[in-house]
Design a protein around this ligand. Sequence first.
Ligand code: RP5
Length: 166
Amino acid sequence: MKKVGIVMGSDSDLPILRKTMDTLASLDIPYECHIYSAHRTPEEARSFAAFAREKGFGVIIAAAGMAAHLAGAIAANTTLPVIGIPCKGPCLDGIDALLSTVMMPSGIPVATVAINGGVNAALLSAQILAVEDAGLAAKLDARRAADAAKVLEKDAALQAERNTNF
Ligand code: RP5
């Protein structure tokens, strides 16, 4: 199976990316995770993107906060699919990172998930890999079924408590 590459701009983004790594691990998807910044270590970020395909990666997840240029900078240097996670910083509630990540110019796409959307970034990367992997697709189906069952259990508990089922 192809690997998922995870890059974050700072170790202060790590709590969000731990959810990404946990979700990938729960689906038995191999990944590699690095701290490379578009601004502080631009050469390492560029090089990771440029050699990712030949190193066996199938998707790259890039997470950054504030003036979040990392996902765009990664996408500029590879034609692998790039998923951007805008991370909430100390000001502007993450809207700064959201707009910096999502508003890419035509020709260099970044598939942007929600602010702090570490789990969905992992799931979207899994869905991309599952296009060519029936076993992984089955695991994603099972996860959705389990999530649905949890919601219905909570609904049943609510009905039992409040008897709102007229
Ligand atoms: C961004 O700046 C990082 O992705 C992080 O979200 C933000 C702040 O970085 P630190 O100052 O906490 O290292 O590049």
